[in-house]
Design a protein around this ligand. Structure first.
Ligand code: NAD
Length: 434
């Protein structure tokens, strides 16, 4: 099938590459000229495991092309995916202006029937707005599908290729059939396509993200109570997660959730509820508990150093909001580091993929190194923010030697407290009584 994807960021580029891998001819359109020029040269603008290989392979096979010319995409495609960003607006609602602008431009470029599919996360009711703005600009017939994306950064290619489910929001049987064909390569074992009306599809995305965020926030809140009672959140997690009705996923306590999705989608759901006079009190608590958790972790470190903050250097491991991504959007590490810097602390940070983005975000106020051990030299403590695999079994002896003071603050509970203490290192983690 001939398709185009407008907006080639984390979602759009993965979707485009995977659809090309499925045998489709895909035109990738983005208004960021540098990004498109880089992609044409084979340079992948984001870190996502497995993505480089399938982009390069499909580009070489002529199934994936990159352009800034939307018209080229529209003229050559039956199905047009919108995967542009929907960042939070000032009032916390999702800003859908890019999606609406692209929908309008698509309508203007249409020379016949097209199917427009929204992959971006958009507030419930957006389907009506898209249809309205498109109908204003074209005489040609079109159909609209809401197809929210559920991939996770860090395993996005795998998630797209082997999805738990694909939600297709349309009530038109002919369009259902086309979408089924498009997703058929990813449904070899069994069909996991769920058809529903567009409003329900839009809503399902917000509910899924808020539900997952709620699990994390709940466990984070419980971690604080564990610390008060001397209980161990990791034992509590095992005890709770082994209940099949609950399951183990998304129960890890830590420094809080971040990223480009959970914070903004929880906020947008709150905003939708307020607008409709149907307050989302649970979502509000989920959001509040998340900020409290991040601030509690930062405060613990600030309290530990107290008056010495101005002469303290912290070594930081991890800047990305989670492992296997270079994404620092709403990263707890960035929020906490800003607090440390404001208190006069010096930061030496390492992350396998996110250093460049963090340096830009923090206006060069941090020192960075290309190696996790180099940041330890002369630092007063090590603070772990991201659960990168390479941080999981470090050389504690070397850490102890390099740090001025052998102390670790672990925001991801990566280590066994007894083992670390036996190495002569003072260890503070989340919800484990210390
Ligand atoms: P992103 O910022 O990485 O990518 C968006 C892309 O759209 C950028 O390359 C940008 O240049 C391009 N763009 C913006 N306006 C444009 C325009 N007018 N014309 C052409 N291109 C334009 O964003 P993302 O993380 O890929 O997220 C995209 C959407 O998918 C959001 O709604 C997000 O909530 C949703 N989503 C994201 C994830 C995730 O893990 N990142 C997962 C599921 C859903």
């Amino acid at each position: 099938m001939r398709v185009s994807v407008v907006g080639v960021g984390y979602v759009g580029l993965v979707a485009a590459a995977c659809l090309a891998e499925g045998g489709n001819h895909v035109v990738c359109v983005d208004n960021d000229r540098k990004k498109i020029d880089d992609l044409k040269k084979g340079k992948i603008p984001i870190y996502e495991p497995g993505l480089t290989e399938i982009v390069q392979h499909n580009e070489a096979a002529g199934r994936l092309i990159f352009t800034t010319d939307l018209e080229e995409g529209v003229k050559n495609s039956l199905v047009i995916f919108l995967a542009v960003g929907t960042p939070p607006a000032k009032d916390g609602s999702a800003d859908i202006s890019a999606a609406l602008g692209v929908a309008e431009a698509v309508a203007e470029a249409m020379d016949g029937y097209r199917i427009v599919v929204t992959k971006s996360t958009v507030p419930v009711g957006t389907h009506r707005k898209v249809i309205e703005v498109m109908a204003d600009k074209t005489e040609h017939p079109f159909d609209y599908v809401s197809n929210p994306e559920f991939l996770k950064e860090g395993s996005a290619v795998d998630d797209f290729m082997k999805p738990d489910r694909v939600i297709i929001g349309t009530t038109n049987p002919a369009v259902m059939e086309i979408m089924k064909q498009l997703y058929a390569p990813f449904m070899r074992k069994s069909s996991r396509i769920l058809f529903m009306d567009p409003a329900s599809a839009e809503m399902a995305k917000y509910v899924a993200n808020t539900m997952l965020a709620a699990r994390i926030s709940f466990m984070n809140e419980i971690s604080g109570l564990c610390e008060k009672f001397g209980a161990d959140i990791e034992s509590v997690r095992a005890g709770v997660g082994s209940d099949l009705r609950i399951g183990n996923a998304f129960l890890f306590a830590g420094v809080g959730y971040g990223g480009s999705c959970f914070p903004k989608d929880v906020q947008a759901l709150i905003q939708m509820g307020d607008q409709q006079g149907c307050p989302m009190s649970i979502a509000k608590s989920v959001q509040q508990a998340n900020y409290t958790q991040q601030d509690r972790f930062a405060q613990r470190i600030l309290d530990y150093f107290g008056d010495r903050a101005g002469t303290t250097t912290l070594a930081v491991w991890g800047l990305a909001f989670k492992a296997r991504t270079d994404d620092i959007r709403e990263s707890p590490a960035i929020r906490c580091i800003k607090k440390f810097l404001d208190a006069g602390m010096k930061i030496k940070a390492y992350d396998p993929e996110a250093i460049r983005a963090a340096e830009t975000e923090l206006n060069g106020r941090i020192e960075t190194a290309a190696n996790s051990y180099d940041v330890l030299d002369g630092a007063d403590a090590l603070v772990v923010f991201t659960e990168w695999q390479e941080f999981r079994t470090p050389d504690f002896e070397l850490i102890g030697q390099k740090l001025k003071q052998p102390v670790i603050f672990d925001g991801r509970n990566l280590y066994d407290p007894n083992y670390v203490k036996k190495q002569g290192i003072e260890y503070h983690s989340i919800g484990r009584g210390s």
